[in-house]
Design a protein around this ligand. Structure first.
Ligand code: HEM
Length: 458
């Protein structure tokens, strides 16, 4: 192993060992291997950290847990969001996910009460109820695209719990079409020329503009339906009632940005976690049997569902919905001794760190029991991984605000549905990933709904 002297690392022009190809080489490899495979290859050659060139920018890639942690903790204050979320601002504006600095801190303080523990307990009723409604709509033997089913379920849950609105079938279609259009184009977003190309009147861009307009119409309708309805205790009421230090209400466009952010960030990720979970259960009958035994025996309480929770944790380890998390250095930083100049992109990836055999025994294998202690309790430290090796919800000051909402939702939805259903794979169902802003299944996961206890017809 080669080591580099401290003085070399401190030289602002020095970089850690890199892959030896430039932007064109990167683009070719991304085309051949997708972004996920590209990162896997880079990690194989440079297990701690490396960098790539993207046009006139450098992106550093951190592959070890202590470095990932330092990006979010030590450097949290000196970094802003990375390329993907910078570009997402064109759609999400200055919502929680994409805003920065003091403005972000103030908005987060305003929104936080909607995610307190007592609120989550109240939302749990809605989560169960919507899962029961989905179960009632499913029919034995029907072919579904599981990603669409889970997307509709999680969108209804967010609509009712945070915005007090029962979203219609048409609303669900609007959002799902828009998300498919907007989220499908992540690798393009990353390209150096994306800013310019994104403004050209191409057919693809016209579809993007239409998707955005559809979302705007829906969000402004939710806002106007809510205005004047008083305090319903939900997030939208809170945003409408908020006043700044001068007593001024939040401008409509800011409410729009927050609502759209939570609507999108709050449903697509959990939908992907549940979709990958169904696929993994169908591929691992022993785990499915243990899950079924637990949900059949347990009351509908989170504490009584440790294995179900372990299944969700293991699914998010292997297929983390937020599979890459990026930052941009706002000042010159020192990362692992290397000087990283202000403006540089710095990225780490749950996809890579969650599957690395250095931190996980048999990292590619689906083994939910690794999350259980000897007495059968769920424990996020049970696998014995180093701190910073598992971060499906990010970390530090920008950690996901919906983390406990998502855990509650995923565990309750899975438990409620698994009591009656054991969806099966079709010959064409694959685990091929499409790494967009979220980690999506390339084929939207076609499955056959199978009512438990009903023998499949031959
Ligand atoms: C399995 C489900 C989910 C996953 C994997 C997930 C993942 C993440 C991650 C990794 C971040 C940090 C991004 C970064 O550091 O750049 C984040 C932020 C965020 N998430 Fe989630 N999320 C999930 C569910 C939710 C839910 C249910 C909501 C809301 C209902 C939500 C709302 C947000 C918001 C608003 C932010 C920005 C927070 C801030 O910067 O202050 N997420 N999420």
């Amino acid at each position: 192993m080669t080591t580099t002297s401290d003085s070399t690392r401190r030289d602002p022009a020095a970089r850690p060992p890199g892959p030896g190809f430039g932007t064109v080489g990167s683009l070719r490899r991304i085309r051949d291997r997708q972004l996920t495979g590209f990162l896997d290859d880079l990690r194989a050659d440079h297990p701690r950290m490396t960098y790539v060139r993207l046009g006139d920018e450098y992106a550093y890639l951190l592959f070890e847990p202590d470095l990932a942690r330092s990006l979010f903790a030590e450097h949290g204050r000196d970094t802003t969001k990375g390329r993907g979320l910078e570009r997402a601002r064109e759609i999400l504006g200055q919502g929680l996910l994409t805003s920065e600095g003091a403005f972000h801190r103030e908005q987060r303080r305003l929104v936080q009460p909607a995610f307190h523990g007592d609120r989550i307990s109240a939302y749990a009723e809605i989560m169960r109820d919507e899962a029961v409604r989905t179960s009632a709509k499913w029919a034995d033997g029907r072919r579904v695209l599981m990603a669409e089913e889970m997307g509709a379920l999680t969108l209804r849950i967010v609509g009712r719990s945070l915005f007090g609105s029962q979203l219609s079938e048409a609303d669900i279609h609007t959002v799902s079409d828009a998300v498919n259009t907007l989220f499908g184009s992540f690798s393009r977003l990353l390209m150096p020329w994306a800013g310019v190309v994104g403004r050209l009147p191409t057919r693809r861009n016209r579809r993007l503009f239409a998707a955005r307009a559809g979302l705007d119409a829906l969000v402004y309708r939710l806002i106007s339906e809510h205005r004047g309805a008083g305090d319903n205790g939900d997030l939208l009421s809170m945003l409408l009632l908020a006043r700044d230090s001068g007593g001024e209400p939040m401008p409509d466009v800011q409410i729009r940005d927050e609502v759209l952010t939570v609507l999108l960030a709050g449903h697509e990720t959990t939908a992907m976690a549940l979709t990958w979970t169904w696929l993994l259960l169908a591929r691992n009958p022993a785990a499915a049997a243990r899950l079924n035994a637990e949900v059949d025996a347990a009351p509908d309480e989170l504490g009584a569902l440790p294995y179900t929770r372990a299944v969700v944790a293991e699914s998010m380890r292997i297929f983390p919905p937020a599979w890459i998390i990026g930052r941009r250095a706002a000042a010159d930083l020192v990362v692992d001794g290397w000087t990283v100049p202000a403006g540089t992109l710095i990225t780490t990836s749950p996809w890579v760190l969650h599957r690395d055999d250095r931190w996980w025994g048999d990292g590619q294998a689906f083994r939910p029991e690794r999350w259980l202690t000897a007495d059968g309790t769920f424990d996020e430290a049970a696998p014995g991984q180093p701190r910073g090796a598992y971060f499906p919800f990010g970390a530090g000051r920008r950690v996901c605000i919906g983390e406990s909402f998502a855990w509650t939702e995923a565990v309750l939805a899975l438990a409620t549905l698994a009591r009656h259903w054991a969806p099966e794979m079709l010959p064409e169902t694959s685990a091929e990933v499409r790494p967009a802003i979220t980690l999506r299944p390339a084929d939207r996961t076609p499955m056959i709904l199978r009512r438990r206890g009903v023998a499949p017809s031959t």
